[in-house]
Design a protein around this ligand. Structure first.
Ligand code: HEC
Length: 117
């Protein structure tokens, strides 16, 4: 009796932990989308193709989104300028309070929204 209620309790705890994890990951893409649309969109555009000269097209399959998450997060946080580029990516993209986790969420959103389109 004792043993089976322990089993049920751990099963319930497992399900709760699992659904919390799933909710957290979908929320982070949503957070990424909101943040992207707050400032990044001004230069990168709602379709990710870039609205100004010198802004890269994120939808190209061999483009910027083919870099690793870690590299992209670092370039968002610290800013980035390719050799010979006419315009630089500003550090944190204009969101002064941006955290690495939020930058990661934006990268996740960009991959979902722009990759292969
Ligand atoms: C003032 C315009 C501007 C804003 C605002 C801006 N970007 Fe950029 N971004 C650029 C430009 C220009 C580049 C290309 C720089 C280069 O390669 O020299 C770039 C490049 C990037 C790259 C590719 C970096 C790489 O490694 O190739 C990512 C990812 C990126 N931006 C994400 C963001 C995110 C996320 C935001 C919002 C938090 C944002 N950008 C806001 C102009 C902007």
């Amino acid at each position: 009796m004792k043993r089976s209620s322990f089993l049920i309790a751990s099963l319930v705890a497992g399900i709760v932990a699992y659904s919390a994890g799933a909710a957290a990951s979908s929320e982070s893409v949503e957070t990424g989308e909101k943040l992207y649309n707050s400032t990044c969109v001004a230069c990168h555009g709602a379709n990710g193709k870039g609205k100004l000269p010198g802004v890269p097209d994120f939808t190209k399959s061999d483009g910027r989104l083919s870099k690793d998450n870690e590299v992209l997060v670092t370039h968002i946080m610290e800013g980035f300028k390719s050799p010979g580029s006419s315009m630089a990516m500003p550090a944190k993209g204009g969101i002064s309070s941006l955290t690495k986790e939020q930058a990661g969420a934006i990268v996740q959103y960009m991959r979902q929204a722009f990759s292969g389109k």
